[in-house]
Design a protein around this ligand. Structure first.
Ligand code: NAP
Length: 505
């Protein structure tokens, strides 16, 4: 039977170094939910005899791509070229559905069979990518494959251009962490497939996710041509819980969306290059971006104050970008809203009821700044207690608050305390920003979410205070992003569960 070329394949790469290990991986792959395996025959040591290849490719009902990548193209086979091509011919004769043949193999030496014509660049995104892709497309191979190293997600977007411009089934993949979106989103653009590892450490190229992560975290089975794209921009971004939270929310609500991590190095130019790339390609259906450290100010600059929530402009940070189908962008800050709403919901009051209440904010960094801006906006009487007094004073001057050193916090007269320092955060769980809870305090909100019950919150509970955890703020800000983008109520309980699972795991 002719193998299917129309739907995007989830291809599990097998890198066993013995025939036995390869067979075991083949068995494991058949239960992962992938539909195709790529047997990396170049990983076998010693190299297989052509006569042994048929036994190795016995694939438990899955389609097989046979690859024997030479060292010159980033593979492990270092024997004579004639031996390598004989192995591939044997694979083809043994019934491999596809054989991967590098584009530089002369036409008269190429093994016969259904060929994936491939080109790899492990160093860079080739400056002549478009021409290279056009050359592959003009060959008589069944499938084109081009894989290149991406230094930023803007380059990863070029993989989608390659797929779009090809007249044949095409694999176009950006390698490295910055290239991950090209692997996750292959199905959206109708690529021939994407490669995934059986388990961490078993991949054959930088940035390859596992089959399980693609299916369970990145909604591989739900992504199709109509899927709308979202993501989180940050550096680092690998630790972010946001992909798990938002993808679970899409699952729970049946919204056809997928959310990917976007590793963008610091610098406004890197941020702008990616956003410009997204806006230039309306067919990506990119609808929203979360923005985290160090790009929140770059996001404000890109979107422009006129298109942002005025309080986000005052804070100087945009953490949520919404992109409309015609390329218009809007900037919001869900951090401040999340914190204020966590506080007000727990107290059973409206934002306007904060007016006149005494609030102590510990810390004057990014989180402190957003919270102080919001508190003063709603006319709370706000005092900032910060280790570096001058920094606290500068923030207080900007927003009409007062400021003291952190050591003066014990004598505060506030009703509400909000901790915006990392004191007490994992792994320093025995630290506490206050030695005792002052008499006047009735409500304690710790923005730290790991651990959930910080030492400060435990002390506050013992002092019969109302307590609010960083989880409430964290879930609120993700829910606010979801609602801004989709116009639907966020499945908060699902989101909270994902956060708790991550923290417990
Ligand atoms: P940041 O910009 O680095 O600011 C940290 C602040 O804490 C600064 O004011 C700093 O004082 C102070 N600080 C740091 N270490 C200290 C120490 N050992 N002793 C006394 N003061 C210290 O960080 P951030 O982004 O604002 O984050 C702060 C906290 O907010 C983190 O714990 C984070 O978990 C939490 N947060 C939670 C959420 C959520 O959704 N729940 C979101 C964002 C942040 P100096 O000015 O003297 O350096």
């Amino acid at each position: 039977m002719e193998p299917q070329l129309s739907s995007t394949r989830l291809i599990c790469t097998l890198t066993g170094t013995t025939a036995q290990a390869m067979a075991e991986q083949m068995r494991q792959a058949s239960v992962t939910g992938c539909d195709t395996v790529e047997c990396r025959l170049d990983y076998l040591s010693p190299a297989p005899e052509p006569g042994d290849v048929a036994g190795i490719l016995d694939a438990a009902g899955l389609d097989v791509i046979a690859t024997c990548r030479p060292v010159r193209e980033g593979g492990k086979f270092d024997g004579p070229e004639a031996d390598r091509l004989a192995i591939l011919q044997a694979a083809s004769d043994a019934g491999a559905d596809f054989i991967d043949v590098e584009v530089d193999v002369p036409a008269d030496e190429r093994p016969s069979g259904r060929i994936i014509s491939s080109r790899h660049d492990f160093e860079t995104c080739p400056h002549d990518l478009t021409e290279l892709a056009a050359g592959l497309d003009a060959s008589d191979a069944a499938v084109n494959k081009i894989a290149f190293a991406a230094t930023n997600p803007a380059e990863a977007l070029r993989a989608f251009d390659v797929i779009r411009d090809s007249s044949k089934p095409t694999l176009a993949l950006a390698m490295g962490d910055a290239g991950l979106p090209s692997r996750i989103l292959a199905g959206k653009f109708g690529a021939f497939g994407t490669f995934a590892a059986l388990a961490d450490g078993l991949g054959s190229a930088p940035g390859q996710p596992t089959v399980a992560r693609l299916r369970d975290l990145y909604r591989w089975d739900a992504v199709n041509r109509e899927t709308e794209i979202y993501g989180v921009i940050g550096c680092p971004v690998g630790h972010s819980m946001s992909p798990a939270i938002h993808n679970a929310a899409f699952d729970a609500t049946g919204i056809n969306g997928v959310y990917v991590p976007l590793l963008i190095e610091p610098g406004g130019e890197n941020f702008n290059e990616f956003l410009d790339g997204v806006i230039r390609r309306p067919w990506l259906d990119w609808r929203g971006l979360s923005v985290t450290i160090p790009h929140k100010h770059n996001a404000l600059d890109f979107v422009g104050a006129a298109n942002c929530d005025p309080l986000a402009v005052r804070i100087g940070a945009v953490n949520t970008i919404t992109i409309s189908p015609d390329g218009q962008v809007r900037g919001d800050n869900t951090d401040y809203a999340a914190a204020i709403d966590a506080l007000c919901d727990a107290m059973g009051i409206s934002r306007d009821d904060l007016a006149g209440r005494r609030v102590a904010v510990l810390g004057a960094g990014g989180a402190g700044r957003a919270i102080v801006a919001a508190l003063t906006h709603y006319k709370a009487r706000t005092t900032i207690y910060n280790r570096t007094v001058s920094r606290g004073e500068a923030l207080a001057d900007e927003f009409g608050a007062t400021a003291c050193g952190l050591d003066a916090a014990e004598s505060m007269q506030a009703e509400i305390v909000i901790n915006c320092t990392p004191i007490g955060m994992h792994p320093h769980v025995d630290a506490c920003p206050l030695e005792r809870i002052p008499e006047s305090v009735k409500v304690v909100f710790d923005t730290i979410y790991n651990p959930i019950a910080t030492k400060l919150l435990t002390a506050a509970e013992q002092a019969d205070c109302l307590t609010i955890t960083g989880i409430d703020m964290f879930v609120n800000q993700a829910a606010a992003q979801f609602e801004t983008w989709t116009g639907q109520d966020a499945p908060r309980e699902v989101m909270r569960k994902v956060v708790m699972q991550h923290l417990e795991g």
